[in-house]
Design a protein around this ligand. Structure first.
Ligand code: SF4
Length: 898
């Protein structure tokens, strides 16, 4: 229910770009979503996911009431059960026998209170976050180099740079608005050079000046070699290195690789390596933007420092258009870092290994129970839940049963744990099924607080909906538990505003004038009134107070004066060796699995799966395989394939892509047991973590591949949820009220009619039933029709290529004609055009009409496609794919003419 009649500004809940969103209610109780033109992150742009936010607000699947062991209870009872469960565990086994596993989805205020309860009052540092999986290597790399977890630059630097290096980042899909900003900047400044470093050819590499498709896991060798090249060719910034850095001689005296060695180890030509190195040498203003492709390794921190090292060597830091730039995956990964949401941090960027920080916090929070040693990081935390050392865990706003490596062991750990508490806005996730106590949390649209994006910009999330059912803000739930556990004064918060002011005050504690030694300081915001907090415009930290005006003073760039947060104020070079992945391919497991995100889905799909148009871009879990490798193992495009690692095996749809290097495969992280039979990527992945950051390796799992020997393939369209779990393969999406199931089976089915009736006719009432057999071709089709309308249908063939579903989907919209019944049984419609997979989600434009248009009208640019089909003219997220289709066509024409 709307609580707003006016347009309201808030922030997108998905990626770390942190786009501003304007929500406008209409007279029908619906909401219009637009990009906020005044927000510095996106200046009015939104990607496909942000644009579809209004479609995700329904209450289906929401967790609305507190539950204990599946029974709905009153909040008081749920809070009492959580508090007494935690207290009894602590009394019997000590503070380290409990743990919180939280999330970059939480607002900063929620995070602050969770961290305060665990570290400040329970007295353990066993609180970690799913941000550990996304950017903790960047945090550790920053701290080693700068003495602080500081992102030095801002988004504007990406536009101002003469050379932009994107490494380990499919920006076009994972941070689409940043990519759109880069594309626009390059149009305005055609001299800007874009280099993409990625083993895969991605949407991001589509229109770059140089794509280095290096061998997976060798970025560090490339950057170490760049360091040597820059030094050898006289590109070192002597003054900067001398005045503002330390440790240079330790690096330069090590055995850094020369160009031929780099080329050999990275699987590149000497020409390619030299081209990149020369570009880096020639362009003084450089931003190197990196993401999960750098961080998610068992030596991710070293890779981060290899990048920072070359920026320090050339003094490309603290200047417009010059910075190493870590872009985070989650909307509030940065906010979590501010409040000490990681197990190895204290609040307000204070440290366990600085004893005076303990005293500051103890006094500020008025506690004598502050944890003084680091807690367990995510992977170790779940290992200790598995071992039984941790006996109670409270999971907030995240789904570790899907997202942590070795997810089978994570599930075992949860099933063994004596007390599993889960706060979530979704009733059924792979994790909530292990919960003894379920606590309904408010979600985006209902929540009130702040988030911080990748450029240190704090923005407000504002509510425009009343909390659904009995859902409560996370900070409220945690505070109630804190009070009940015996800390009434420390958790007497009544609003997010109060918490924010406390957080801002703590950030400035012993952090001004000569005492200023921490980067994170938002003390300029510590006494905001409720109105000022409500109206707070986005601004980048640190936010001090202007001495003349008394107004908050934000900071665009850090390190502009060359001073860092180390003891002597100098940044550190960090020597990093040339590591290899912990586990490598073998004769038994010859392929390397890489994992990542796709354009239109977010995390475990709990929100994005509610938008039909987002599901149409890619609607099934898949694995990308190089066509030569697929041919070696006998897999055709669109067939099913089984991936097996030492941990597990899963089954996915094969997509043959020459973007993929031979010997490597790629699959998305999003699918889980709600949407597929067996497609959780993390089941395959062993839990190897970086020893410095604790970030697990997700990019390099040895696997073997074999065809899934299906004897039949099929699909079902249904208005009702059906029991499909008994099939060997299934995947499902819900498109505007019609559920699409993809199915396949290993064994032949003797009596399809019986199976179809059992599946589609869940009650004894069968109003109208039509079916068709072709025993020779082993084809079967059936439809259940209710009061003249299609209710459900099943199509089965021995082939992996199935009839187009789009025209069948349209049959659900109106009463069936006689010809429709005939078409269903014939599996084709005389007047339907097969659109193919959706490319443009905003205007629902499929691959086939786009290809036909490009071919028939000999189109040359993306804008021409937009003029005719509108594709790419709204959020622009599909533009790289349109570009790719144009390039493919031009390649074909070149081949024909030669
Ligand atoms: Fe949201 Fe897209 Fe912006 Fe990320 S880029 S914050 S997903 S609108």
């Amino acid at each position: 229910m709307s609580i707003q009649s006016q347009a309201i500004k808030t922030t997108c809940p998905y990626c770390g770009v942190g786009c501003g969103v304007v929500i406008t209610p209409d007279d029908n109780g619906e909401f219009r979503v637009k990009g906020d033109p005044a927000h510095p992150a996106n200046r009015g742009l939104l990607c496909s996911k942000g644009s579809a936010l209004a479609e995700t607000l329904s209450l289906d699947g929401r967790l609305l009431y507190p539950q204990i062991k599946g029974n709905t209870v009153a909040w008081d009872d749920a809070i009492a059960a959580v508090a007494s469960g935690l207290k009894q565990t602590i009394e019997s086994h000590g503070p380290d026998s409990v743990a919180f596993y939280v999330s970059g989805q939480l607002l900063t205020e929620d995070y602050y209170v969770a961290n305060k309860l665990m570290k400040g009052f329970i007295g353990s540092a066993n609180i970690d976050t799913n941000s550990r999986l996304c950017m903790s290597s960047a945090v550790a790399g920053h701290k080693r180099a700068f003495g602080s977890d500081t992102v030095p630059g801002c988004y504007e630097d990406l536009e101002l740079a003469d050379l932009l290096v994107l490494v380990g980042s499919n920006t076009a899909w994972c941070h689409p608005v940043i990519y759109q900003r880069i594309v626009t900047a390059r149009k305005q400044n055609p001299n800007q050079v874009l280099v993409v470093i990625d083993p895969r050819r991605t949407a991001t590499s589509q229109s770059c000046d140089l794509h280095l498709a290096l061998q997976s896991g060798t970025d560090q060798v490339l950057f170490n070699g760049l360091f040597k090249f820059l030094y050898d060719t006289g590109m070192m910034h002597h003054q900067f290195v001398e005045n503002h850095t330390q440790g240079f001689s330790e690096i330069i005296n090590t055995n850094l690789p020369d160009v031929p060695t780099v080329a050999q180890e990275c699987g590149l030509s000497v020409t390619e390596v030299l081209k990149f190195y020369s570009l880096f040498a020639q362009h003084d203003s450089t931003v190197t933007l990196f993401s999960q492709g750098i961080n998610q390794w068992s030596y991710g921190t070293d890779r981060v420092n290899a990048i920072i090292n070359v920026h320090l060597l050339t003094g490309r830091m603290g200047k417009p258009g010059s910075a190493p730039f870590s872009i985070t995956g989650q909307p509030n990964a940065m906010g979590g870092r501010e409040v000490g949401g990681l197990a190895n941090q204290l609040a307000a960027h204070m440290d366990f290994n600085t004893p005076e920080h303990w005293g500051y916090i103890q006094k500020f929070w008025q506690t004598d129970s502050l944890a003084k040693t680091e807690g367990l990081k995510a992977v170790d935390m779940f290992r200790e839940i598995h071992s039984g050392k941790i006996k109670a865990v409270w999971i907030m706003a995240t789904n570790p049963a899907v997202s942590l490596p070795d997810s089978t062991a994570v599930r075992q750990a949860l099933s063994r744990c004596e007390l599993v508490i889960v706060s979530d806005c979704v009733q059924e996730t792979d994790t909530t099924r292990y919960a003894h106590i379920l606590l309904p949390a408010q979600t985006w649209g209902e929540r009130n607080g702040t988030v911080t994006n990748s450029e240190r910009c704090i923005s407000r999330q504002r509510p425009f909906l009343a909390g659904a059912g009995e859902a409560k803000p996370d900070w409220w739930i945690i505070s109630q538990v804190g009070r009940k556990m015996g800390f009434p004064n420390a958790f007497k918060y009544e609003s997010a505003h109060e918490i924010f002011n406390e957080h801002a005050t703590l950030s400035g504690l012993h952090n001004t004038g000569l005492e200023a030694h921490r980067d994170f300081d938002i003390s300029g915001l510590m006494d905001l009134s409720v109105q000022q907090y409500d109206e707070l415009a986005p601004l980048q930290w640190p936010v001090k107070r202007d001495l003349n005006s008394g107004l908050p003073l934000a900071t665009k760039r850090m390190f502009t004066d060359g001073r860092f947060f180390t003891a002597n104020g100098k940044a550190r070079f960090v020597h990093v060796g040339a590591h290899k992945p912990v586990v490598v391919t073998s004769i038994e497991y010859p392929y390397t699995l890489n994992t990542g995100r796709i354009r239109d889905q977010w995390h475990t799909m709990t929100r994005t799966s509610k938008s039909p148009r987002l599901l149409l871009h890619i609607n099934e879990p898949f694995v990308e395989i190089n066509p030569h490798d697929a041919s070696d193992i006998g897999v055709l495009d669109n067939q099913l394939v089984t991936l097996q690692s030492v941990k597990a095996s899963i089954t996915l749809r094969a997509r043959l892509e020459d973007n993929q290097q031979r010997g490597t495969v790629f699959m998305p992280i999003h699918w889980n047991d709600r949407f597929s039979a067996n497609a959780v990527a993390c089941r395959l992945i062993e839990a190897h973590a970086d020893p410095v950051s604790g970030q697990p390796e997700f990019k390099s799992t040895p696997v073997k591949l074999k065809p899934f020997q299906a004897t039949w393939y099929g699909f079902v369209l249904s208005k009702r949820e059906l029991a499909i779990e008994e099939f060997d393969y299934w995947a499902q999406i819900n498109c505007s009220g019609v559920i699409r199931y993809e199915l396949a089976g290993l064994n032949p089915v003797a009596d399809w009619s019986r199976v179809a009736r059992k599946l589609l006719c869940t009650d004894s009432h069968v109003p109208e039933w039509i079916e068709y057999f072709d025993l020779a071709k082993i084809c079967y089709r059936a439809a259940r029709i209710d009061v003249g309308r299609l209710d459900s249908c099943l199509f089965v063939t021995p082939e992996h290529r199935l009839p187009d579903k789009n025209w069948l989907m349209q049959l659900f919209d109106h009463p069936l004609q006689k010809s429709d019944r005939k078409n269903i049984l014939a599996a084709k419609s005389s007047n339907a055009v097969d659109q193919g997979p959706v490319i443009c989600s905003c205007f629902n434009v499929g691959l086939n009409p786009i290809n036909a248009l490009i071919e028939n009208q000999n189109l040359q640019c993306v804008e021409q496609i937009g003029e005719v089909l509108k594709a790419g003219t709204n959020c622009g997220s599909c533009k790289p794919e349109l570009q790719k289709l144009l390039a493919k066509r031009s390649e074909t024409l070149t081949k024909i003419s030669s």
